[in-house]
Design a protein around this ligand. Structure first.
Ligand code: PHE
Length: 477
């Protein structure tokens, strides 16, 4: 074995580029990115929409056959390219226009921040409301949420808090900021989730919720279940917008990419399932009729975590404590994902435009505050007489969708899968097979068993799956 990795021959000199300090740090950071609103809010509501256990089964298959190959492709691209997404494509294919794929990924990251950070702000505000006992005193949970989403300035204030928290972590750098914060926050998140899950399964009647999650009813199988499971697996694994490319550019040469990808997928799935058990267990235990509960959960969106769940917690003994713990968990999950999205654009601005890291973070924060302001403002209720009364909400709605929803749809439904397609195409068809092999085997430091299967999945199976999401969405729109 040579000490010079094959990848290093094609990549630019590593220079003083930062690396993560430990394997645990890498797992905490990558899992921190993957575990987010996607696990705690989107997974349970998609599961309810998709008919319970059938969705879970298909989701697991999607993670294995589509998600994992693309995770690995992003890792390969990032570690071999040693740069932000645009730089990584450029370093591996100099003189070719592939770096536009990277620019596209960065654009997706900036747009996603415009609504993700607004939701992050809500979680901070709800944590405060829960801890202060305000939620415990109310009976009108929908009203509490509406008063927040109608109030642009209150949302903006909490958006600014979330932006400040995220920016200050990312501003401290890869090792001292991102890795340190992830290593602190992820164990706490796990602990909270385990305690909440244990509480949920010991509630009387929670068994029905767990059965709903694990005993498949195949009559519910349909193509739309398949498509949402595929979309969910991409969203949850943080694929298609250069996040894992950026993080992998900070991996040292001895990191085993396959093993790390496996650990990431297992952790992310485990958290989704534990969150599912917690939410379904609690809901079926105190929520009464199974059909109604599944319906309420299926409506998902902000309603699930900001209206339905607080209402459920209140019916439990020590409800205020559970609600506070839940929103703390949500803050941890959301902030560790937000820092990974931030890092994509920060690395891009830092490396492509030579801004200092702090200047890059400040510029990105300013942009996020502007996008965030408009997406928060677009959620307010429109007065009965339409756009009068200076309602921003009225002017920020297009084709029946708010600006907030547009950012969400554009990124999660279109740009992320498209970004995933670009990555699998580039790594599967364009990158030198030897380089891919060298990355996966750390330059033949160990034997990898499923190389041909992997290439097959990457070249044919993953692109076909992603293309299916697209066609289905085109047909549906
Ligand atoms: N995976 C994150 C979640 O589950 C969302 C995310 C998407 C984060 C893309 C980073 C990049 O919430």
């Amino acid at each position: 074995m040579t000490t010079e990795s094959h990848a290093d021959e094609t990549a630019p000199a590593a220079g003083t580029r930062a690396t993560f300090g430990s394997k645990l740090g890498i797992l905490a950071a990558t899992a921190g990115s993957a575990v987010g609103l996607g696990n705690v809010w989107r997974f349970p509501s998609e599961t309810a929409n998709g008919g319970g256990a059938v969705f879970v089964l298909i989701y697991l298959a999607c993670v294995c056959f589509f998600g994992l190959p693309v995770v690995l492709a992003e890792f390969i691209l990032g570690r071999a390219g040693k740069a932000n997404p645009a730089g990584a494509y450029r370093n591996l294919a100099p003189g070719k226009p592939f770096h536009y794929f990277g620019v596209f990924a960065v654009a997706a990251a900036v747009l996603i921040l415009g609504f993700y950070m607004v939701v992050a702000g809500w979680t901070f505000e709800y944590f405060r409301l829960a801890a202060a006992g305000t939620l415990a005193e109310t009976t009108d949970f929908a009203g509490v949420f509406k008063s927040l989403s109608d109030d642009v300035w209150r949302q903006f204030l909490w958006l600014a808090v979330a932006v400040a928290a995220t920016a200050s972590i990312v501003g401290c750098g890869v090792k001292k900021g991102i890795e340190f914060a992830s290593k602190l926050m992820m164990p706490l998140l796990f602990l909270l989730l385990l305690v909440m899950c244990a509480r949920a399964v010991t509630l009387p009647g929670s068994g029905a919720g767990i059965a709903y999650l694990f005993s498949p009813d195949f009559s519910k199988l349909s193509s739309s279940v398949f498509i949402s499971a595929l979309g969910q697996s991409f969203f949850s694994l943080s694929l298609g917008m250069g996040c894992l490319i950026t993080y992998a550019s900070y991996f040292g040469p001895d990191v085993r990419l396959g093993k790390t990808a496996g650990q990431l997928a297992v952790t992310d799935t485990l958290v989704a399932v534990l969150a599912g058990i917690t939410i379904f267990g609690t809901a079926f235990s105190v929520g009464g009729n199974a059909g109604d509960v599944a319906d309420a959960l299926a409506h998902g969106g902000p309603g699930l975590i900001f209206v339905t769940l607080p209402q459920l917690f209140q019916t439990l003994p020590l409800g205020q404590l559970w609600a506070t713990a839940f929103f703390l968990l949500l803050i941890l999950a959301t902030v560790t994902s937000a820092i990974s999205i931030y890092e994509i654009a920060t690395a891009f601005l830092h490396e492509e435009f030579r801004l200092s890291r702090v200047a890059a973070v400040v510029a990105l924060s300013a942009l996020t505050l502007v996008f965030g302001f408009f997406s928060a403002a677009s959620l307010g209720s429109v007065p009965a007489d339409g756009e009068s009364a200076g309602s921003l909400a009225g002017t920020l709605t297009l084709g029946g969708k708010t600006f907030f929803d547009w950012l969400d749809t554009l990124t999660a439904k279109w740009m992320m899968p498209l970004g995933g397609l670009f990555v699998s195409w580039f790594v599967g068809w364009h990158l030198d097979r030897k380089l891919v092999h060298a990355q996966l085997s750390n330059n033949d430091a160990f034997v990898i068993r499923f190389f041909r299967t992997y290439i097959f999945l990457l070249r044919f199976v993953a692109p076909a799956g992603i293309a299916t999401i697209f066609l289905a969405q085109l047909l549906a729109s």
